[in-house]
Structure formats: C-alpha cells, structure tokens
Ligand binder design. Structure first.
Ligand SMILES: CC(C)(COP(=O)(O)OP(=O)(O)OC[C@H]1O[C@@H](n2cnc3c(N)ncnc32)[C@H](O)[C@@H]1OP(=O)(O)O)[C@@H](O)C(=O)NCCC(=O)NCCS
Length: 182
C-alpha cells in the first residue's frame, strides 16, 4: 500500500509577490495553460495592473501560485432573488477573483490548494475590514474529462457554488463571504 504524502503546514511556506528575480522555469502542471500563464503572462499582467501573482515557496522550491484580481457578479436568477429578499437591489455586487490557482504536480494533494483558497478568502476579508466592500470570491473552474483532475470537485469541497452551468472549458463559481465560516 502506498503512503499518503504528508500535508504542508502554513509555517513551512514562504509567500512572495512575483518579480523578475523568480525562476519559474521548473514549475510543472498537468494543466499546461497554467504553466504558460505563469511563465509568460503573470509578471506582465502584474506590471499592467491586471492581476497580482503570489508565489508559494516550500523549502525554496516553487510549489504553487495564485493570481488575484478585482471582479463583480451580475445578479441574476436565484442569486438575484436571494438578495432581493434581503432588500439588496443592486444589479451587481463586488468580488475578488481567483484568476489562476495551481499546485505544482510534485506537491499535489498535500493541502496547498486549500491553503491558497484560504489565502484568497483572507485577502478579501482584509479588504472588507480596511479598504473596500467585497462580498464574493469568484473563479472559473478549469474542467478536465478525468474526474480526479477536474478542479470543479476541488472547489465544491472548498464550499464554492456554481454560478453558471457549463459542461466544457471552464465553469464560473462563487463563494459568499457573508456565510458563516468564510
Ligand atoms: C485543483 C488543484 C489546485 C488542487 O490542488 P491540491 O494542492 O492538490 O489540493 P489540496 O491538497 O489542498 O486538496 C484539498 C482537498 O481537495 C481534494 N481535491 C484536490 N483535488 C481534487 C479534485 N480534482 N477532485 C476532488 N477533490 C480534490 C483533496 O483530496 C483534499 O481533500 P481533503 O481535504 O479531504 O484531504 C490542483 O489539482 C491543480 O493545480 N490543478 C491544475 C490547475 C487547476 O485546475 N487549477 C484550478 C483552476 S484555475
């Protein structure tokens, strides 16, 4: 029987914002598009003020990254009704978007993905406490035909709901920060 890899603890992680000094060349993922984004677009997008990319180092190895940007959700259907009942009648509400999130293949299933989602929630809550309103975390979950590689199941486990049903490509999802435990 193969042993389960040990979980990574937050104190073993060093988080830094991407810069020219980082060597991104050894980062690998079964989702090639997420490697390409990191190596080709993440720094440029940051310089253009489109997103901020946080690199997660474990024992000096780049083990994961998460890119964040501002977003909004247009209220439609059930979500619109939900807020109407609370006497909230805006057409859209503010959000923080996880633009990209990826764990290096060598570090999968060791708790890093969960820690990076919790980090995004923490950033949004800090924004709420000190700077500007932010009701949701949003993202577009990358779909994969293999269930064990399909990120929608990971995000559902993290408490996210589907915003719009789509079978292929990406599925928009959201987390309501006003719900208990968020
Ligand atoms: C999805 C992804 C981020 C998960 O990262 P990870 O570091 O392996 O996740 P964790 O180890 O923190 O997993 C947290 C929990 O979710 C579960 N989980 C992880 N991936 C899962 C999947 N694809 N389906 C179902 N559950 C999953 C884990 O088993 C774990 O459960 P547990 O808490 O009961 O032990 C990673 O597979 C990845 O980077 N995929 C490629 C890129 C991608 O699809 N990114 C998301 C779209 S932008």
């Amino acid at each position: 029987m193969s042993q389960k890899p040990s979980k990574i603890h937050p104190h073993e992680i060093c988080i830094k914002i991407i810069s020219e000094d980082d060597d991104l060349s050894k980062f690998t993922s079964y989702e090639k598009e997420l490697v390409d984004f990191l190596q080709e677009d993440a720094l440029n997008n940051q310089q253009q003020k489109l997103s901020v990319t946080f690199l997660w180092y474990y024992k000096k190895q780049l083990a994961g990254y998460v890119s964040l940007l501002n977003d909004k959700i247009n209220l439609e259907g059930n979500l619109k009704e939900f807020f109407r009942e609370k006497d909230i009648h805006y057409k859209s509400l503010p959000a923080l978007k996880i633009g990209r999130l990826c764990t290096d293949d060598k570090f999968l299933k060791r708790g890093l993905g969960r820690l990076m989602v919790q980090f995004a929630i923490q950033q949004a809550n800090e924004t709420n406490n000190k700077r500007a309103g932010c009701r949701f975390i949003t993202l577009d979950a990358k779909r994969n035909l293999k269930k064990e590689l399909d990120s929608i199941h990971f995000y559902k486990r993290m408490g996210f709901n589907i915003l719009k049903e789509r079978k292929k490509g990406t599925t928009p999802m959201y987390l309501d920060l006003k719900l208990p435990n968020n």
